[in-house]
Write a new protein. Structure first.
Length: 551
């Protein structure tokens, strides 16, 4: 490509601008995604940032500096700043210059490429207590219990560790996939699921990123079949746990007696145990009682479902589980608390990331259209909004009256289609449930009632379901074709991705999915909506703007 006609503008502050109107924009976006993070995505120009963590994740996944430099130079409209290219190469080169290795005499050692690196590391006051007396100029012993914490600290200090210390095999337990079998439940492992499993297994621990509906559970099952060992699976809630159980019974040779549920309702510890984050992080008399769950068996594999939602106490527990193979599954590595580096250090680097649009083109997930419907506050609402405290403003805008009329119009337009109405404010959702006659599922709904409502929706007995944040994670509703989002958790990008993800499983009749987000214009609601849409913009989804009056 001749200089001067590429879709990228690469700047010395490590931001990269992508011209969306350029014929090669899609190609450049896919090439840039492995090592840059999307920051802003308005209509015409998207802004990416090249961060150390993105570069190290790319490096761990086998993407080298030469490839990154080639992408920047090939698609750039102007000459790429030389200093930036050098910085990219040097940052990526830092990955693996410090290694953790198993040692016959010292148990675990930290090995650096040269003495200066080790000296810099061991002089740090946070790292000093974790290492013993130097063995030689480039090697220091580390207590095995500090394996997770030293990786966390070193990543923060700009020295991401290549953990080569290996894993314990755990208690062996036979598990086979039923893929390739005949009968009505016949299925095959898809090529990207196979590749994701192999990439994880080769690395020993790490994260697999797949869109909702692309079969993350199957990657988990395939990894279990590869490991042939006892497995602990951590999930967001009991309903998600039971979906895992059903999938494992369908996809593997496991029997109901081999799978245990460790939740608020049951405390079963079996060769494959599914536990909720909530139970694991519950304290009794100031202690995490569920720690005994981690010690109860010699687990060979720990699977963290929806790893982007990992609560802080689970990070601390993960730091103590570094000798176990760890698989994180998620649709997005975006964390609103900015703890992506802890996922990198304690669960492992990104091993596989499937672009949503590629899977859509292959027919594995359904085509989706995103529409932002803008409403206007009434005069009274506008005055209340103007005089409200900042904290209260988002709730006022998100729950504005005009949104109810939009929901009515959209339900009328999509009559006969399976529709989810999703929001964050319970009062608003209760109003909608009363108005539409649709069942409401929120945090207070019992697991039994939730499962009954989800089953009725799956079977087509009910067309519309009103759901709170409980539907953000791991809920399998394959025929949901329309999503109407009336409010959200401020500017949460991962929530937006999860909500669209609820609609992405291919439909029996081949229809495309429609995701509406209803937003009050000229308010915080509109600002947050723009922020929420960033992750999906990175995946190639554009939001069409519609005025509520034009519906």
């Amino acid at each position: 490509m001749a200089l001067g006609d590429g879709p990228l503008i690469v700047q010395s502050d490590k931001t990269v601008l992508l011209d969306i109107a350029h014929p090669q924009a899609g190609e450049a976006r896919a090439a840039l995604a492995p090592f840059a993070e999307l920051e802003r995505a308005p209509e015409h120009v998207h802004t990416y940032r090249i961060t150390p963590l993105a570069l190290w994740n790319a490096r761990a996944a086998g993407f080298d500096a030469e490839q990154a430099v080639d992408v920047l130079e090939r698609y750039s409209r102007f000459p790429v700043p030389q200093a930036l290219l050098i910085d990219v190469a040097e940052t990526m080169a830092r990955y693996g210059r410090v290694r953790l290795i198993k040692h016959p005499a010292h148990g675990l050692i930290l090995e650096a490429d040269d003495a200066a690196i080790l000296t810099e590391i061991t002089r740090n006051k946070n790292i000093q207590p974790m290492v013993g007396m130097l063995i030689d100029a480039t090697t220091a012993p580390v207590h095995p219990s500090e394996r997770g914490r030293i990786k966390q600290e070193l990543t923060k200090r700009g020295w991401p560790v290549d953990d080569q210390a290996g894993y314990v095999d755990g208690e062996s337990h036979p598990i086979q996939l039923t893929a390739g079998s005949d009968g009505e439940d016949a299925w095959e492992l898809r090529d990207y699921q196979q590749y994701a499993t192999e990439s994880f297994w080769e690395g020993g621990s790490g994260v697999v990123v797949l869109p909702c509906g692309a079969g993350k559970t199957i990657v988990g099952a395939a990894s279990m079949a590869q490991a042939q060992t006892t497995t602990l699976i951590l999930v967001t809630n009991t309903v998600a746990g039971r979906q895992w159980r059903d999938e494992l019974l369908r996809r593997t040779t496991l029997t109901p007696e081999e799978i245990g549920e460790y939740s608020g309702e049951r405390k079963e510890i079996r060769p494959v145990t599914i536990a909720t984050y909530q139970v694991v992080t519950r304290k009794t008399k100031g202690e995490y009682k569920a720690l005994e769950l981690f010690d109860s068996r010699d687990w060979g594999l720990i699977i963290y479902d929806e790893v982007h939602l990992l609560p802080a106490p689970v990070f601390r527990m993960a730091a103590d589980l570094q000798s176990r193979r760890r698989l994180g599954l998620t649709a997005t590595l975006v964390r609103e608390d900015h703890r992506e580096d802890d996922v990198f250090s304690l669960i492992g680097p990104k091993r596989y990331d499937a672009p949503w649009k590629e899977l859509e083109m292959a027919g594995y997930i359904t085509t989706a259209e995103c529409v932002e419907v803008r409403t206007t506050l009434t005069e009274d609402e506008r005055m209340m909004y103007a005089t409200a405290e900042t904290r209260e403003r988002y709730r006022l805008a998100a729950c504005s009256e005009g949104k109810l009329g939009v929901v009515d119009k959209l339900l009328a337009q999509h009559q006969g289609q399976q529709t989810l109405i999703i929001g964050a404010y319970i009062e608003q959702l209760e109003d909608i449930a009363v108005r539409t006659g649709a069942p409401l599922i929120d945090g207070k709904t019992t697991t039994k009632k939730r499962e009954a409502a989800f089953d009725a929706f799956r079977n087509g007995e009910i067309q519309t379901l009103v759901v709170s944040k409980v539907a953000n994670f791991s809920i399998d509703l394959p025929e949901a074709a329309v999503g109407i989002q009336v409010s959200g958790t401020f500017g949460s990008r991962q929530e937006e991705a999860q909500r669209l993800g609820r609609l992405l499983r291919p439909k029996a009749d081949g229809t495309e999915a429609l995701f509406y987000t209803v937003v009050a214009r000229d308010t915080l609601d509109a600002e947050y909506a723009m922020h929420r849409q960033r992750f999906l913009a990175e995946q190639g989804y554009a939001y069409r703007l519609v005025d509520a009056a034009d519906l």
